[in-house]
Ligand binder design. Structure first.
Ligand code: SAM
Length: 276
């Protein structure tokens, strides 16, 4: 049974979290329980969750952020309250200038695309290695009162960051806006996205070749029913001699182009339904 869910249930001040979040909290927050961390939650409301975090993380510096200045009343020993707008990059600049880099940030604020995206872009560079940014209630990306679904929803931004971490391979190019020097992994759960920050685990995209003994086994990656090259590479092998003549290279390239094109369409029909 989750220790956290019991702490939430027994807390006198109101706090509401989705029940599946507790499994995620247990998995991702447990390792910080005794650590000397700086923990931040955006969205204070009635102060219940801040009290729970204070009881859960015994050695942490606990900071709550809210737009509503009435939340200042929840400041007490072991809980700092800072008033500000999570959608404002200037707020974040001042915040990190004052507080320094932090370990864990939970965003349970306003849940709009702008709030979640600015929080992500401003906070990630200011999280220490080994830390996380946990964005809650990302189902807002599908809800019309949050102006969604939209091409620019938070979930679509998170998917772009999945592309971004794969673009660590320089041959794939580079996004104009990138966070791939900070994000080691991204985890998706119902209602939650977690960004794991660890600059030291992001290694240059280099293959490790053990230079072991090779038996010159033919690489069949172009063959098989799922690939374009079965017929193309057969022709390639059979016409090896002609390929030394320029005109044959051109003819070969022409047919190979069309063959690959039609094979791609045929293959896509087989897996298109998985994208619906
Ligand atoms: C869902 S409640 C937080 C609940 C609290 N974390 C709990 O579990 O008890 C959302 C809070 O986010 C605050 N909020 C909304 N927009 C905000 C913004 N732009 N910046 C900071 N806080 C915001 C609201 O004032 C509200 O108190």
């Amino acid at each position: 049974m989750s220790k956290l869910i019991n702490l939430f249930r027994s807390e006198k001040r109101k706090t509401v979290k989705h029940q599946n979040y507790f499994q995620v909290y247990d998995e991702y927050l447990h390792k910080y329980v005794d650590k000397n961390i700086t923990f931040v939650e955006i969205g204070i409301a009635n102060g219940g969750s801040l009290k729970v975090w204070k009881n859960y993380f015994k050695n942490a510096r606990i900071i709550g952020i809210d737009l509503n200045d009435k939340c200042k009343i929840f400041e007490e020993e072991g809980i700092e309250v800072i008033i500000g707008d999570q959608a404002d990059p200037k707020f974040w600049k001042n915040f990190f200038q004052k507080i320094g880099k932090v370990d864990v940030i939970i965003d349970d604020g306003g849940h709009t695309n702008l709030q979640q995206i600015i929080t992500t872009t401003e906070c990630i560079p200011n999280i220490k290695d080994g830390g996380i940014l946990l964005i809650e209630d990302v189902m807002s990306s599908y809800i019309s009162s949050f102006d969604n679904p939209s091409k620019f929803s938070f979930i679509n931004f998170s998917k772009k960051l999945v592309d971004d971490i794969n673009f660590n391979d320089p041959s794939l190019g580079k996004f104009k806006f990138s966070l791939n020097q900070y994000i080691h992994a991204i985890k998706f759960f119902e209602g939650i996205v977690i960004f794991e920050i660890n600059r030291s685990k992001i290694l240059p995209n280099i293959e490790v070749d053990n230079n072991g003994k090779t038996l010159n086994i033919e690489d069949l990656r172009q063959e098989g029913i799922g690939n374009y090259g079965g017929f193309v590479s057969y022709i390639k092998r059979k016409t090896y001699f002609f390929k030394k003549i320029k005109i044959f290279i051109k003819i070969y390239k022409f047919f190979a182009f069309f063959f690959k094109f039609f094979k791609k369409i045929k293959n896509e029909k087989k897996y298109k339904s998985f994208f619906k």
